[in-house]
Design a protein around this ligand. Structure first.
Ligand code: ADP
Ligand code: ZN
Length: 216
């Protein structure tokens, strides 16, 4: 299976990708994770990407495209892949098409996780993370029974900088400006599916499986 997940910050791409990763033999490729890893290890790529990431901007296309051209040629991608966070711009989508064509491959599905802006703001600005064990809570949807303290380990809960409401709204603005055209780019194609991230009755992975026609 060769799949792209599209969706705004907070739509649940990362959560869904992790579930797909557990259930299907695919390479889970998150460009955000790759960049963060490179920044942490202070690699040449990390040095190029860091300033853009810190100011909430997209890393320039040529850097992202070169990185992905290499990543998609690694052996683990032969079993299939789920792209999470790429392509984010139309030039990236066009470049991806060319890379896959050169490799003699094509995409099976582009899955768009649709969610409204206010839900995302509530999800992300309400998110709290435990400083000690990393457990994730939500003030509105999944509060800790101990208030500002982690139920599991007694650690202190805090809010990530990029989850502050103003930063969340900025990340959403970048998404609507730069990534909505990518949704339009794929929308007319037969491989495009839209699933609701505000699910009613079905879990996200079930919605996904219905969209890609996957059954075990
Ligand atoms: P978000 O928190 O917005 O969901 P990610 O964790 O996917 O973002 O990525 C973090 C940062 O890495 C982005 O804000 C951006 O600077 C950079 N980045 C990730 N993927 C891409 C991409 N495909 N094109 C450009 N920049 C990217
Ligand atoms: Zn904890």
């Amino acid at each position: 299976m060769r799949i792209i997940l599209l969706g705004s910050p907070g739509a649940g791409k990362g959560t869904l990708a992790a579930e797909i990763d557990k259930k299907y033999p695919v390479a889970h490729i998150s460009t955000g994770d790759i960049f963060r890893e490179n920044v942490k290890n202070n690699t040449p790529l990390g040095k190029k990407a860091q300033a853009y990431m810190e100011s909430g901007k997209l890393v320039p296309d040529e850097i992202v495209i070169e990185m992905m051209a290499n990543r998609l040629r690694e052996p683990d991608c032969e079993k299939g892949f789920v792209l999470d966070g790429f392509p984010r711009t139309v030039p990236q989508a066009e470049a991806l098409e060319k890379i896959l064509e050169e490799m003699g491959l094509s995409l099976d599905r582009v899955v768009f996780l649709d969610v409204d802006e206010e839900t995302v703001v509530k999800r992300l600005s309400g998110r709290r993370v435990c400083r000690s064990c990393g457990a994730i809570y939500n003030m509105e949807f999944k509060p800790s029974s101990r208030g500002d303290i982690c139920e599991k380990c007694g650690g202190e809960l805090y809010q990530r900088d990029d989850d502050r409401e103003d930063v969340v709204r900025h990340r959403l603005k970048v998404f609507y400006e730069q990534t909505s055209p990518v949704v339009c780019y794929y929308e007319g194609k037969h491989i495009f599916s839209r699933i609701s991230s505000e699910r009613h009755g079905h879990s996200l992975i079930e919605e996904f499986e219905m969209a890609v026609g996957a059954k075990e």
